[in-house]
Design a binder for this molecule. Structure first.
Ligand code: ADP
Ligand code: MG
Length: 243
């Protein structure tokens, strides 16, 4: 069953057309790796999916409802379509625990007590139970990103969007974050992951979407993509990321 149905999606900034007609269905429990050259529109595409950007044309149906039209509670949407950013975007003036309880209380109306319980369970899940009272600045990049994943999970999203979640990390921290993401994938979380980590794409994703210049060039399994990228631009891209 499709949870996200994107049809004819376009996004321009002024006269700069960035997304030029994207069609894509995402099914429950899909794990999509989205790859492509820098500037091809990957971040803009993810940001349209939870309305951090407003599409210029086309439709995005989430759980059957067109989110580009009419009155919509954007906060409610973003609790269902979680996002994890390259630079974590944690609140620096709040403890780890409060980073994870805030939106539960504000968006879901969860009681403080219940929100703390959820946060503590999620911190245990990402291996950071002992960090609840720490401030983000005292954590490593890998730890910050695991807190950001726990924060997204706290809202019980139907989908999580990851925008290059390991690109800002020192190499030795990449593995722990990919491991956490692979566990989520194995649990059946629906995920759209913009990444250059081809090992992760091969292991954890069931689909690999290659974007170039604002369009989707191919949508296939990771194994099939690496076996035969299908066109010259994809082939060049693979050569670069694997070299
Ligand atoms: P990618 O994530 O694939 O590197 P992006 O979606 O970040 O690509 O960017 C695609 C293009 O859109 C780039 O040329 C970028 O400069 C442009 N762009 C992205 N966001 C904005 C914005 N808010 N205003 C103007 N141009 C933007
Ligand atoms: Mg990007």
């Amino acid at each position: 069953m499709a949870i996200i149905e994107v049809s004819g999606l376009e996004k321009s900034f002024g006269d700069h057309a960035v997304l030029k007609g994207i069609d894509l269905n995402v099914n429950k429990q899909d794990v999509l790796a989205v790859v492509g050259p820098s500037g091809s529109g990957k971040s803009t595409f993810l940001r349209c999916l939870n309305l951090l950007e407003r599409p210029t044309a086309g439709t995005i149906r989430f759980e059957g409802k067109d989110i580009t039209k009419g009155e919509l509670d954007v906060n409610a949407l973003r609790s269902r379509v979680g996002m994890v950013f390259q630079h974590f975007n944690l609140f620096p003036h709040m403890t780890v625990l409060n980073n994870i309880t805030l939106a539960q209380q504000k968006v879901l109306g969860t009681s403080r007590e219940a929100a703390v319980e959820v946060a503590q369970d999620l911190l245990a899940k990402v291996g950071l139970r002992d960090k609840q009272d720490a401030y983000p600045n005292s954590l490593s990049g890998g730890q910050k990103q695991r807190v950001a994943i726990a924060r997204a999970l706290a809202l019980k999203p139907a989908v999580i969007l990851f925008d290059e979640p390991t690109s800002a990390l020192d190499p030795e921290m990449v593995h722990e974050v990919l491991q956490t993401m692979a566990e989520l994938a194995a649990e059946g979380m629906t995920m759209i992951v913009v990444t250059h980590e081809m090992g992760f794409a091969r292991r954890a994703a069931n689909r690999l979407v290659f974007m170039d210049d604002g369009v989707i060039i191919s949508d296939t399994t990771p194994a099939a993509f690496f076996e035969d990228p299908g066109n010259e631009r994809a082939r060049k891209f693979i050569e670069k990321v694997l070299s």
